[in-house]
Design a protein around this ligand. Structure first.
Ligand SMILES: [Zn+2]
Length: 81
């Protein structure tokens, strides 16, 4: 079993390398790349669709892939008799 960490924003559990600390003006949150982009946009009043940094963008894409994977697993689970 891999070490998992829950994103404090979307509450999804990810492998822990996909969750990183994100500093807001009030506190530090452990969030996934998807939420880090959203929160950054809100804080800075901008509307980026992706990160400029390759590392951050790679983590965001992996988080999206991971969400899709667990979503598919849930669907398969629901189809079972
Ligand atoms: Zn998240």
């Amino acid at each position: 079993m891999k070490n998992m960490l829950k994103c404090e924003n979307c509450k999804v559990e990810y492998p822990n390398h996909l969750v990183s600390s994100f500093r807001t003006n009030k506190k530090v949150l452990n969030v996934c790349g998807i939420c880090a982009l959203e929160l950054g946009n809100i804080i800075h009043g901008i509307n980026r669709l992706k990160f400029d940094g390759l590392m951050a963008e790679s983590l965001r894409l992996q988080a999206i892939e991971f969400r899709e994977k667990i979503q598919k697993e849930k669907e398969i689970e629901n189809v079972k008799p």
